[in-house]
Structures are given as C-alpha cells and as structure tokens.
Design a binder for this molecule. Structure first.
Ligand code: NAD
Ligand code: MG
Length: 382
C-alpha cells in the first residue's frame, strides 16, 4: 500500500522539492491532495502530473480558473478557501501531511491534521513559533508524530536516533549567517530586498530568505528545536557556519558530538521525514569534504537584533513568540515591497513586543487574537 500524502503549499520551494522526492519514489508514495494560495496554473500542472484525489486553492478568487484548468480531470475534486484547506487534511485516506505553507496560515490546518491523528512532516516552523506549547501538547494527546523537515532539525533528529536513553548536554544549531554576515551596521542600513534575496547557500521561498538575512529564522529555529526535542533554550547554541555542510549536531553527556553533514539539498530532510526510520536512495551530488575548510563563528546579536528578540520572546514565554511572529510577518512583507528598511524591521518588532497585550497562558483563541492585534500594531508603525 502506497502512503497517501497531503501537501499543504505544493507550489512553494519545499512543496516542489517534496514532489520531486515523490516522483523518485512513486512505488512508495502517492499524492492525495495538493494545495496552494495563488499559483493556480502551477497547481493545475502539478495536478495533471500527480493525479491527486483533490486540490485546494486557498484564495477563492482563483476557484473558477482552477476548475476550468482541470475540466479534463473529472476524478480530481476541486475546492477553494481556508476552510476547505483545513478540512482536506482530515480525509480518511491521508497518511501524512506535509505542512509546507509559509507563515501563521499553517497553524490551523496543522492543528486539524494533528487532531485527525495524521503523521505531520513539519516544514512550517511558524506553527511551533506561534503555538509550540499547544502543538506539542496536542501531538502527545492525539498520538500524532511530528517529523522535522527543517534541515537543522532533521539533522538533530538524525543524531538522536538510537540515543533515547542518553542525556543530551546541548544542541549545536548551525546557521549560514545569511548574505550580510560580514556587513557593518552602516552597510546594513542600506541593504535592499534584492540583496537579501540572494542567499549564499540555500534556494528558498522569499519570506524565509529575508528571515535568514535578519537571523530571525535562526531565532525561530531555536524555538522550533526547544519544542520538537524538549530541550531548554540555554542548552541550544547557535553557530555561524558559512559553508552549510554541518547541518547541526548534538553533544551528549560524555562529550561526544554527533553531527549530520551533507550538501545543502532540502530533498534529503523532506524524504527522511517521509521514510523515517528507513533511508531511501536520493539522486544528486554527494558531499566532497576535500572541497573547502569548515568554519564556525559566534553570532553577533547586537548587529542581528532579531536573534536577540527571539531569545527575549522565548524567555518571556506566553504569547510573546506569537507577537514576535506576527510583527515579523508584517515587516518582512513590507521590506520585500520596499516599505520598510532592513534595520527598521527589528525596531518595529521590538516596539510591537512592548505594546501588544501579554497573555501568560494562551489558548488557541488567544493566539488568534494576539496575531491580529500584533499585526495591527506593527502595520501602524510602518
Ligand atoms: P514558499 O513561499 O516557496 O511557498 C509557500 C507555499 O505556501 C506556496 O505553495 C503557497 O501557495 C502556500 N501558501 C502561502 N500562503 C498561504 C495561505 N495563506 N494559505 C494557503 N497556502 C499558502 O515557501 P517555502 O520556502 O517553501 O517555505 C515553506 C515553509 O517551510 C515555511 O514555513 C518555511 O519557513 C519552511 N522552510 C522552508 C525551507 C526552504 O528551504 N524553503 C527550509 C526550512 C523550512
Ligand atoms: Mg533551517
């Protein structure tokens, strides 16, 4: 029996690479559902190739066009809207859900998939940033496994295999440093979105590429690691590693450090989340350890204030990371549209964290309200 996969965000960077994995292993995996937000033509082309049972376009304005493009595929059900997207993950035949949407929008469908007891392959880190406590609690309650897709967390997960009984001393979370690693504060004041979108080692969606340039992405990943592996933030060390060869590492009680290395190719962590505990063949280049030296540096949190703000949100707890995420989504989009400077992003996030209502023990509704309030406050400051 082939595993039936529902891909949330199939037209994105992670989504298209996941489809490449499925293409290579079509004896093991089958696409049950494909979803996207706006890219209706690409979604229809994917549906023609993979013949899923259903497709969902989140933006309802594109429903007519999608229906028309798939008029020659009577067996493919076509839906539109956020509610349809949340429902489709619950479909009985679905074995696993790849959460590869970007941003806060991934939270609601991921919760629905957990409650439907599906295996979750999680790329959408914002889900754990916003509501890590709620998500991990629900995953336990509904016995829904969460497999990391983020490369660093997949690396840590791979280093933890077979070590259940052993004490972890710390996690070593690597970070390329982004395109502005060696820039001065003066230079950072003038960088543009086009500069930031040229990431040195990874080819990713626009939002996460900007988050990688500010190091907010690494702050998010510290939170993600805390929730996925139950390790407190003071035992998670961020290391700047410009070559992106060591994808992350775990240090154990005896001082041993286990790391996972490889070429930067997201298909490996995607495939490992699908196939765990098995390793499957993956085509592509292999790591050449002779090619260049490996370097490691401490991050500069004064220059990259977003990383410091993420630690602050982590230490504060409650809904503070939700406030951080919502304001970050606002300034990230504004920076990409030249409505906000690079350095103003951290300032607006910081001031939103000071102004938005703090809630010590939020439930789902509180997260929804916090997200809306923080977006409004941040948008007013643009
Ligand atoms: P992307 O922008 O390339 O793709 C995003 C996908 O989500 C698209 O298919 C889009 O249609 C869909 N989408 C966006 N907004 C939506 C909405 N409101 N409703 C429904 N669908 C929506 O992004 P990406 O780079 O593939 O990243 C996806 C997620 O994976 C992010 O959370 C990111 O942080 C995480 N991630 C990505 C990478 C990477 O290499 N790209 C690595 C690690 C983690
Ligand atoms: Mg990552």
């Amino acid at each position: 029996m082939k595993q039936q996969i529902c891909i949330l965000g199939s037209t994105g960077s992670i989504g298209t690479q996941a489809l490449d994995v499925i293409r290579q292993h079509n004896d093991l995996y089958e696409v049950y559902c494909l979803t996207a937000n706006n890219r209706v033509d690409q979604l229809a082309a994917q549906a023609h190739e993979f013949k899923p049972a259903a497709v969902v376009i989140a933006n309802e304005a594109h429903y007519g066009r999608l229906k028309e493009l798939l008029s020659d595929e009577p067996d493919i059900k076509v839906y539109a809207g956020a509610a349809a997207l949340e429902q489709i993950v619950e479909a009985q035949p679905v074995d696993m859900v790849l959460a590869a949407m970007v941003g806060y929008a991934g939270l609601a469908p991921t919760i629905r998939a957990i409650k439907a007891r599906k295996k979750i392959c999680l790329a959408n880190k914002e889900t754990l940033v916003v509501a890590g406590e709620l998500i991990t609690r629900l995953a336990m309650e509904y016995h829904a496994p969460i497999l990391p897709v983020d490369s660093e967390h997949s690396a840590i997960f791979q280093c933890l295999v077979g070590e259940d009984m052993n004490e972890v001393e710390k996690l070593l979370l690597t970070c390329s440093g982004g395109p502005f690693r060696n820039f001065t504060a003066e230079q950072l004041a003038h960088v543009t979105a086009a500069d930031a979108l040229r990431h040195p080692t990874w080819d990713m969606g626009a939002k996460i590429t900007i988050d990688s340039a500010t190091l907010m992405n690494k702050g998010f990943e510290v939170m993600e690691a805390k929730w996925l592996f139950g390790i407190p933030a003071d035992k998670i060390q961020v290391l700047i590693h410009p070559q992106s060869v060591v994808h992350s590492a775990v240090q154990y009680a005896d001082g041993a450090v286990k790391a996972q290395l490889g070429v930067p190719d997201m298909r490996l962590p995607i495939q490992y989340a699908f196939s765990f505990p098995q390793r499957l063949h993956l085509d592509g280049p292999r790591l050449d350890l002779f090619s260049r030296p490996l370097e490691f540096f401490e991050p500069d949190m004064r220059k990259f204030k977003c990383l410091a703000l993420a630690y602050e949100a982590l230490n504060k707890g409650g809904n503070m990371a939700c406030i951080l995420n919502a304001s970050n989504e606002v300034v990230n989009a504004a920076f990409r549209e030249d409505r906000c400077s690079f350095l103003a992003m951290a300032d607006i996030i910081e001031r939103t964290m000071q102004r938005a209502t703090f809630i010590e023990a939020p439930d789902y509704e509180a997260y929804v309200a916090t997200d809306a309030e923080a977006r409004r406050i941040a948008a007013e400051m643009l």
